[in-house]
Design a protein around this ligand. Structure first.
Ligand SMILES: [Zn+2]
Length: 669
């Protein structure tokens, strides 16, 4: 592949000598977004500076292949390098395109952009239980960055490791684009039929983003990938645009691009355990780090999974495929340093594990060659995903079984942010490791740190380890029970606490309800002192007496000495007077005001419709009407003002249904 490539370069240079090392005008960059070129270096030390000016595409001995925008191109010229402009890898004519989903599913053509969108929507529509579409964001030119999320129970976020494939963030590296579409289709159509696929879909949450830079891929329009470009529409290399462990948040000096932000959002909203990012222009699995020379704590494991990917490809491909560098694998920095790459961002900032898979030496592969590349890589695609089923895995919870986001550190092993976190929503975690015996430390805010020793990890196995963390602070006041008993017009509240810390006491709050009124505001009716601090069971009682008939709601407001408080649950009770009662007025004799109390029971049969309480003189003349209306069941007290009447004996009569009672009273002025 490479020999062929060089020969073609020489041929083109013979005919295009005028392009040799010349300045390019602004119009060139407006039309082309970027320029592709090569030049020689004397020493690898020069790369440090070159790397910050242009996008190094690959390094072959002392030959640098690079892309640049106008500024970078002029800067590198000014440094005195003799640049040879190369045909742009995306400028390939006669690329087979199709807008028809049926013909695209022969997998030997590129989809139009509209067909791509339609296909992603169809996956979700045709397999609603297995696939949902996530729109991660919009590109500079308004295209979508889609993920197909594939899992059993795909609408639930289960405690399963999250896995991600993404491709074509360099828009002209298109092989992975079609292969990822085909992989989505393969997973969906083979679920429940192929054991390996079913196992993956059942036990992982799989995120696949076929194209992370559709503006670059469709630079010349939605109907063709001919003329595809590496950069996004702002002429930014997206794989130099991420925060970098060594060079900071903006290693390329550019603002984060919309495409970068979309990928960062997806990473931060999820907890991906493992991912891979497909590129082209070489054939090699590239593992971290790209930005510095020191090795990742999981270097052995990274080499193992990379080697396995390449070996499986070799067993399924023509000889000579995927054999760059160490027969198809390389440490990123050992090949050539890049900064701002997504691999290091995910591996460092997101604590994930990501490799970069350069899947075809030819960036814009012809449609006819796509099926062969699928066959070369298909087994490796699935095998690589299976890595997220192995290692130490389980769920971190508190003592009540609630999920806890905890940091899991492999003792005497982790550094450079290789510790991982359990998922905040499910508590699920996965720590992939090379075979060995490990000791883990689990830490989380508000919980005691836990160490677990002698955890055995072997190849292609999961060591299941659920972890329960114990709170390191007493729960301020923990209610064990809160109940109410009703006994003829009195409510007895009883509650028990298991632990108390700094507890001043309990304010008892009551709300009165009746059938006409909705729940009223709670009002304080009493206070019971707490125990301060206690770890023993404590029992409390409060009696609310002399209640009118009705419905009541109670709650406890537990108040700390520092004034903070929290409420218990609410309990509701109903009280009834035992029977009709009319009481003797008080005071009696009176001048001129007295009070009369009476009770009305709940109307079980509805056989009375109203209550009347009237006052008569001794001749039977009605002199006052105190009550004449339908009343709720309950106890009542009414004030009778006799200032208009003269001294003497009066009668008062209560009538409610069949209940009639009369008392005498004496007014003395
Ligand atoms: Zn690339």
């Amino acid at each position: 592949m490479r020999l062929f490539f060089r020969t073609s370069v020489i041929l083109i240079l013979l005919f295009t000598a005028s392009l040799f090392a010349q300045r390019l005008d602004n119009k060139y960059f407006q039309e082309n977004w970027e320029v592709y070129f090569q030049f020689n270096i004397q020493s690898p030390i020069e790369l440090q500076k070159i790397n910050s000016i242009v996008s190094i595409d690959k390094l072959d001995q002392n030959v640098v292949y690079a892309y640049a925008d106008e500024k970078g191109y002029n800067q590198i010229l000014d440094l005195g390098y003799k640049l040879e402009i190369l045909p742009h890898p995306g400028d390939v004519e006669n690329i087979s395109m199709s807008g028809n989903l049926t013909s695209i599913e022969e997998w030997d053509v590129y989809p139009t952009y509209e067909a791509y969108v339609q296909m992603m929507q169809q996956f979700a529509a045709n397999y609603p239980n297995l696939c949902r579409l996530v729109d991660a964001g919009t590109t500079v030119q308004g295209r979508n960055i889609f993920f197909a999320v594939i899992s059993d129970n795909v609408d639930q976020h289960e405690a399963e490791p999250q896995f991600m494939y993404s491709s074509t963030m360099h828009g002209d590296e298109t092989t992975g684009y079609v292969l990822m579409l085909r992989l989505i289709n393969h997973l969906l159509t083979n679920y429940d039929m192929d054991a390996q696929v079913t196992n993956l879909v059942d036990n992982l949450e799989i995120w696949i983003n076929p194209n992370a830079n559709p503006d670059g891929t469709y630079r010349t329009g939605n109907n063709s990938v001919s003329g595809a470009r590496r950069y996004n529409a702002n002429s930014v290399d997206l794989n130099r645009n991420f925060p970098d462990p060594a060079d900071g948040l903006h290693p390329d000096g550019n603002a984060w691009q919309p495409e970068t932000i979309a990928m960062m959002n997806i990473a931060q909203q999820n907890n991906f355990s493992l991912s891979a990012n497909f590129h082209g222009g070489a054939e090699v699995v590239n593992y971290p780090w790209d930005t510095w020379s020191r090795t990742h704590p999981d270097n052995l494991w990274y080499r193992f999974i990379s080697r396995r990917y390449a070996d499986t490809v070799h067993a399924n491909s023509v000889s000579g495929y995927l054999n760059d560098l160490e027969n198809g694998i390389t440490n990123g920095y050992a090949w050539y340093r890049i900064t701002g790459g997504r691999q290091d961002y995910y591996s460092y900032f997101m604590r994930g594990r990501e490799v970069t898979i350069e899947i075809s030496s030819t960036k814009l592969l012809s449609g006819a060659q796509l099926p062969a590349h699928w066959n070369y890589n298909k087994k490796s695609f699935l095998q690589y995903m299976e890595n997220a089923l192995y290692g130490i895995k389980g769920i971190v919870t508190d003592t009540s079984g609630n999920p806890v986001k905890a940091m899991i550190t492999v003792n005497s092993h982790d550094f450079d942010r290789s510790e991982i976190y359990s998922d905040s929503l499910t508590g699920g975690y996965l720590r992939m490791l090379s075979p060995g015996t490990y000791s883990l430390t689990i830490t989380a805010d508000s919980f005691y740190t836990q160490t677990i020793s002698n955890v055995l990890v072997s190849n292609f196995n999961a060591a299941n380890l659920d972890i329960q963390l114990i709170p390191n602070h007493p729960i301020p006041v923990e209610f064990v029970s809160f109940s109410a008993e009703v006994n003829s017009g009195a409510v007895t509240l009883k509650w028990t606490t298991a632990t108390e810390t700094n507890n001043k006491g309990f304010e008892i709050e009551r709300s009165i309800k009746n059938s006409k009124l909705k729940i009223k505001n709670f009002e304080p009716i009493g206070f019971v002192n707490g125990q301060g601090t206690s770890t023993e069971l404590k029992h409390y009682t409060f009696i609310n007496e002399n209640l009118l008939s009705g419905k009541y709601a109670y709650r406890l407001k537990q108040i700390d000495f520092d004034g903070s408080y929290k409420y218990s649950n609410i309990i509701e009770v109903e009280t009834n007077p035992v029977s009709f009662v009319l009481e003797q007025n008080y005071p009696n004799p009176f001048n001129p005001v007295t009070k009369i109390k009476y009770s009305i029971p709940t109307s079980v049969n509805g056989d009375w419709s109203g209550v009347s309480l009237k006052v008569y003189d001794v001749l039977g003349n009605e002199v006052a009407v105190l009550v004449d209306e339908v009343k709720e069941a309950g106890k009542y007290e009414i004030t009778f003002d006799a200032s208009e009447l003269s001294s003497g004996i009066y009668l008062y009569r209560l009538e409610a249904g069949s209940f009639i009672k009369i008392f005498k009273m004496m007014l003395i002025k």
